[in-house]
Design a protein around this ligand. Sequence first.
Ligand SMILES: Nc1ncnc2c1ncn2[C@@H]1O[C@H](COP(=O)(O)OP(=O)(O)O)[C@@H](O)[C@H]1O
Ligand SMILES: [Mg+2]
Length: 295
Amino acid sequence: MRDQNDVVIKIRDLRKSFRNNDGVEAVVLDQITFDIFRGETLVIMGGSGCGKSTLLNCLIGEYDVTAGEIVYKTKDMPAPKNIVGMNEQGLNDIRKRFGILFQSGALFNSMTLAENVALPLREHSYVDPSIIDIVVTLKLQQVHMLPHRDKLPSQLSGGQKKRAGLARATVLDPEILFYDEPSAGLDPVTSAAIDELIIDLSKKLAVTSIVVTHEMDSAFRIADRMVMLERGRVLKVGTRAEFERLRDAPVESLSSEAERLMNQFLNGRTIGPLTDSDGTSEYEKLLVLSRASAY
Ligand SMILES: Nc1ncnc2c1ncn2[C@@H]1O[C@H](COP(=O)(O)OP(=O)(O)O)[C@@H](O)[C@H]1O
Ligand SMILES: [Mg+2]
């Protein structure tokens, strides 16, 4: 059984709102509560616009959250630390323990792959140049990109850029790896290969992986557990097996609207509670209703 000692990130009642240009506050995340356990691969999924990237940005301390707690307990911390309201120096200290693979790979175009991968080493540590070369070689090898070490990002395919981004994300031996839509823009075969790499690295490096995706095939391949978001709220947190059961259940057997909605999403069906037969989403209808009632 897992207990609180196995929790790497504890998220409690997280709320994030943005103020629009007209001064109106838009709540994008609300009452987000779940735990992330050491060594697991947790997939955060949901439709486009449900708040996945916003949640990721809150977790990495990129966004100021409006309310709630994000408590980290990495291996070297004597006591858990809440990053909400933490200063930049404290945040940077925690950021050293994690790597991030951004949607684009976020490589510098003017640098070779090897230089891109070496960058965090140069910035964050005091490693001798010959050691840097050894580490870079090892990290490129790990993602099968060593033959391309002297190429520029513009000479690489989408999948290769992701691999290179992953080499860079792992170069400081992180304890936690964050991925934002790792298979976005890739063909199904390349996307499956990146999934294999995520699984492989999570085992070899014994990291905790947090993957944000809207791609169901990918989510079911890599996840130990899943968090389903819908309109900025957690619909369900569960193991992959629990989500598989929900996906494979006949719709008639599901008793709640939330379950039917998840069943539709997990199966990628166009008709169901998420969307009407005319393709209008429930959300759009709610918006229309709330606008109508405003007059
Ligand atoms: N910086 C921002 N300012 C205002 N609204 C934002 C901002 N970032 C995201 N949003 C809004 O928050 C919602 C969730 O966005 P996002 O987290 O990017 O969704 P996802 O990654 O699930 O597609 C969207 O409605 C989006 O318009
Ligand atoms: Mg996103």
